[in-house]
Structures are given as structure tokens and as C-alpha cells.
Ligand binder design. Structure first.
Ligand code: PMP
Ligand code: GLU
Length: 392
């Protein structure tokens, strides 16, 4: 019997997806489980976006999209959005590729920039898929761990310690999944200096840009003139427009890199779904009050979650500046984050994702999505409070 690749042994199923599947399975078996593992909006997609998809289907938009890199009105809508929101001018026909989801966008970008053995600096806590995708395309992920004690700040000297002649790129995710951290201007400067000093690409994952709190907008790294030519933006519809199941993301950045990613897109996905692209045009060019309504709702839930975890003895929550994840830690524990997550699962029947999945080695953090019904969040926190003495 032939067997799958050597690579297969190095890659596990995405832990966020695995834990989310587990919560769904427990619920199907009749357990009164509260699943806060998956990161997806609890809102339905706004109706005008759904209507645009239905209209596209009825109009016969059911074939392969052409051009395969994205239908022209969507490429133009993304270029207009990027100029308006991020202050970045793009040529719609050469600087953007539409993909079936931001995750595939990331895969194609890494495939386009990484030769075997090239290293990618990945500040931790990081989103679970960065290291695995880097490995899948033949690169070497290099985790640069920051800590809550230092507010997850990126520092130039710290980053420099991880540079080698093989370093090719750095990933930045602001607001960050799982911490919600948003880059300060000092951090932006540190990343820019590092990239110029060592000739790096910057992969700027901006998928949570619209979900920012306290009136502080997220800054796109591509808007910094000195580094604009080396920043590639990853973005998509999933989080801001509650469109996770529609699978629509994009890559925007340096023409040459985008063109290579476009070739790979045509050889793998062919194109993102055509009617989904029409829906995305409606989302990006239509009224934006739905996005603001959802953002405000996440902000209210953020306020609740931070306070609630800080009120539980021996637990604490870092500040959360954006996205929709709480990332509390157990302050004094001899246990690993997996052990803590398992106790919370067994005793409180609440499903989160252990901090180790996000590259955290120093403290026992658990990620809980708060893009979930308020009542369920309150109940989850209450259940955890009741068993908190078992976590230490
Ligand atoms: N980047 C980050 C940080 C994410 O959390 C996600 C969510 N899965 C993605 C990218 C990709 O999202 P999607 O594939 O749904 O566009
Ligand atoms: N981004 C979400 C999360 O972190 C969705 C699941 C995934 O793609 O990993 O949970």
C-alpha cells in the first residue's frame, strides 16, 4: 500500500476547527455544552448581501468566475475599499486576487514567496494556521513569543534575535487572533525597520480590521510608504460581514507576488464561487451600518468578558483591543493550558482552545470566542467560576 507524504506526519488538523467540531459533536450527543472554540460571528449574514447572492444565482451566475482572479466589479470594490479604509492605492486588475477564503489566500501567498527552507517569523500568540501553512509550503516557521506581561509588544531587538540569512517574511495580524492586540505606532516602526534591514516580506493579515474597540482604528501596514512595496494584505468577508461559510477572501499587494499567487489560485481553486463574489460586491459597496452594529455588539461582549474573567479568583484577562476572542489565563497553576482546557471541558462543559495551539509556552491561557449569544457567555463564565479552584 502506498502511504501519504512525510509532510502529513507534521501537520495536525486545525485545533480551532477540531475543538469546534468536538463541541458540535457533544451537543449532538445531548450534552449541555457551551462551545466557544470556533471563531465565527454568531450573526446571520445581513439580508441585502444574501439577496445579492440569490439574485446572482437567478441571473445564472453559476459558472466559473472570469477572470479567475476575481470578477471585475469585486476587484474594483476591494481596491476602492482599500483606498478608503486603509489609504492604500491598488490597481484592481493587477494587485488583487480573490480566493475562496482568507485561509487559502494565506496559503497561496506563502506558496508564492517561500522556497524550501526559507524561514517565516511568526509573532506568538499567533493564529493556529500560520505555522502549519508555512510548513505545508516547505518553509520553516519561527515563533517569536511575546507575553501578556509585556502587553504582547513586538520589540525590534527581540525580533532581531530570530533573524537568519534564511528569514524571508514576517506575519502580522492586527487585531490579533487570539489576543485582540493591535499594533501600536512603535511596533509598526519596529516591524518596518526589521523588514527594511533584512529585506523581508510582511504578510499583514487584516481580517479583523473592522472589529476594533475603544474608537481606535486598525492601521494597515501597507499604508506606510517606506514598506508599502513589501506588504501583502490578507483580508476577507468572513469576520466583518458574518460570512464565514461563503468562503471569500483576497490577497492585495505587490504586483509580481500577487500574479504568482493568481497562477496558483487558477491551478487549485480555479476561482472563488461566482455568486459569492457578487454578494461580496453588495457587501463592500452597500450600507456599512450592519458592520458597525455587529462591532458594537462585540465591544459590549468584550467589556463583559474582560471584567468577568478578572473577577474570577486566580484568573485574569489581558485587555482586548479588537477581534472577538477572550484569552484569559490561570495566574498560578502547575498545569498546562491543555490540562486547564480539559478540566474546563470536563467539569464546566465549556469548550475553549488551549493557549499552546497559539504558540504560548509560558502561561496557561485558554481562548474563548465571544462571538456567541450573551446568555451563553454569562452561563459559561458562571460555570468556570464555580470550578475555578480546580484550575490552580
Ligand atoms: N486570519 C485569521 C487571523 C483568522 O482568524 C481567520 C479565521 N479563520 C482567517 C485568517 C481566515 O478566515 P477565512 O478563511 O474564513 O477567510
Ligand atoms: N479563525 C477562526 C478561529 O480561529 C476559525 C477557525 C479557523 O479557521 O481556524 O477559530
Amino acid at each position: 500500500m502506498p502511504s501519504p507524504t512525510q509532510l502529513a506526519k507534521k501537520i495536525a488538523k486545525s485545533p480551532t476547527i477540531a475543538m469546534n467540531d468536538k463541541a458540535k459533536q457533544l451537543a449532538a450527543e445531548g450534552h449541555s455544552v457551551i462551545g466557544l472554540a470556533g471563531g465565527e460571528p454568531d450573526f446571520d449574514t445581513p439580508p441585502h448581501i444574501v439577496d445579492a447572492a440569490m439574485k446572482a444565482l437567478r441571473d445564472g451566475e453559476t459558472r466559473y468566475a472570469a477572470p479567475s482572479k476575481g470578477i471585475r466589479p469585486l476587484l474594483e470594490a476591494i481596491a476602492a475599499k482599500t483606498e478608503q479604509d486603509n489609504g492604500v492605492r491598488l490597481d484592481p486588475m493587477s494587485d488583487i486576487i480573490v480566493t475562496p477564503g482568507g485561509k487559502l489566500a494565506l496559503f497561496l501567498v506563502l506558496q508564492a514567496m517561500i522556497d524550501p527552507g526559507d524561514e517565516v517569523l511568526i509573532p506568538a500568540p499567533y493564529w493556529v494556521s500560520y505555522p502549519s501553512i508555512t510548513t505545508m509550503v516547505g518553509g520553516v516557521p519561527v515563533s517569536v513569543e511575546t507575553t501578556g506581561a509585556d502587553n504582547y509588544r513586538l520589540q525590534l531587538d527581540h525580533l532581531r534575535e530570530f533573524i537568519t540569512p534564511r528569514t524571508k517574511a514576517i506575519t502580522i495580524n492586527s487585531p490579533c487572533n487570539p489576543t485582540g492586540h493591535m499594533l501600536s505606532s512603535a511596533e509598526i516602526e519596529a516591524v518596518a525597520t526589521l523588514a527594511l534591514e533584512h529585506d523581508l516580506y510582511i504578510i499583514s493579515d487584516e481580517i479583523y480590521e473592522k472589529l476594533n474597540f475603544d474608537g481606535r482604528p486598525a492601521v494597515s501596514l501597507a499604508s506606510i510608504p517606506e514598506i508599502a512595496d513589501r506588504v501583502v494584505i490578507i483580508n476577507g468577508m468572513s469576520k466583518a460581514y458574518a460570512m464565514t461559510g461563503w468562503r471569500l477572501g483576497w490577497i492585495a499587494g505587490p504586483t509580481e507576488l500577487v500574479s504568482v499567487a493568481g497562477k496558483f489560485n487558477s491551478q487549485t481553486a480555479t476561482s472563488a464561487a461566482t455568486f459569492t463574489q457578487h454578494a461580496a460586491v453588495a457587501a463592500l459597496t452597500g450600507p456599512q451600518d450592519c458592520v458597525e452594529m455587529m462591532r458594537q455588539s462585540y465591544e459590549e461582549r468584550r467589556n463583559f468578558m474582560v471584567q468577568a474573567f478578572n473577577d474570577i479568583p486566580n484568573m485574569s484577562s489581558p485587555d482586548i483591543e479588537g477581534a472577538f476572542y477572550a484569552f484569559p489565563k490561570v495566574n498560578k497553576t502547575g498545569k498546562t493550558s491543555e490540562e486547564v482546557a480539559n478540566i474546563i471541558l470536563d467539569e464546566a462543559v465549556v469548550v475553549g482552545v488551549p493557549g499552546s495551539a497559539f504558540g504560548v509556552t509560558k502561561d496557561a491561557h485558554i481562548r474563548f470566542s465571544f462571538a456567541e449569544d450573551f446568555g451563553k457567555l454569562k452561563e459559561a463564565v458562571e460555570r468556570i467560576r464555580k470550578i475555578a479552584d480546580k484550575l490552580a
